[in-house]
Design a protein around this ligand. Structure first.
Ligand SMILES: [Zn+2]
Length: 254
């Protein structure tokens, strides 16, 4: 396919460039011409991504969809962003996802509904079992604010936020993972972000989530259901994310 060919050429070119100039400098702030390309790309996506988000299928987006209708210059730009880090997680096609809809919470007296989320079915079942236990112990449970996010959706999200961080790749990476690196795109070790029934998700202050009794319960019991905290406090190089838990290796689940 055309896009694969362009991708391979881009990879080869990058490899040659890095081998010969010996430059180890990181690509950070976009050049003026790349900014123009990015703006054009985002404008193109504006024609269909919002509808996909509205309909709730955006987290399952594929690279094929994302590249559709883009010119080679724009496709090449996407390939360069994808080449920043070696990809650890490929796109998945054979996983059966459970669509989760109708999750609501109440914040400041207002009822809010979360958009549809997706989890590999075994992970969803483990989550349900865990929530039944939490409900029994605490009389409350946690909702999934974000589950599976396809690598293509991750790339879209990363580029969407790039202008919000002064077009700095380094800065944006502090907040959004590059595709192929996020645990949200890894069904084998699926990550999920929790939000409680009062809308606390730790977004503004991680401590808000850390202080919840739901979080304390997770710390004591999540492992019984196959979940673990991905980014604990005081781990070098990562930010503490008390809401972000991942499921154990699916291949080991009977
Ligand atoms: Zn997360």
């Amino acid at each position: 396919m055309r896009f694969t060919k362009v991708k391979n050429q881009g990879m080869i070119l990058l490899f040659i460039l890095f081998s010969f100039c010996g430059c180890k400098e990181k690509w950070d702030v976009l050049s003026e011409s790349d900014r123009v390309i990015l703006k054009r790309t985002l404008a193109h996506w504006e024609t269909w991504v919002p509808a996909k988000k509205e309909e709730g299928s955006a987290p399952l987006m594929t690279f094929e969809e994302l590249y559709q209708g883009l010119h080679s210059e724009e496709q090449d730009f996407l390939n360069r962003v994808r080449a920043i880090e070696p990809v650890k997680i490929e796109e998945t096609k054979k996983i059966h996802f459970q669509k989760i809809t109708g999750q609501t919470y109440e914040k400041n007296g207002k009822r809010e509904t979360l958009g549809p989320q997706y989890l590999p079915q075994p992970v969803y079942r483990a989550y349900q079992r865990m929530m039944q236990a939490m409900q029994r112990d605490l009389g409350k449970n946690l909702l999934i604010e974000s589950g599976y996010r396809a690598p293509a959706f991750q790339l879209y999200t990363f580029l969407y936020y790039l202008p919000h961080h002064a077009f700095s790749i380094v800065e944006t990476r502090r907040w959004v993972a590059l595709p192929g690196l996020s645990e949200h795109g890894n069904p084998q070790k699926q990550a999920l972000d929790f939000i409680n029934q009062a809308g606390v998700n730790g977004d503004d202050h991680a401590e808000d989530f850390e202080e919840l009794e739901e979080y304390k319960w997770l710390q004591a019991h999540a492992h019984e259901f196959g979940f673990e905290l991905s980014y604990p406090r005081a781990t070098k190089g990562t930010t503490f994310e008390p809401w972000h838990w991942r499921y154990g290796d699916l291949r080991s689940i009977r």
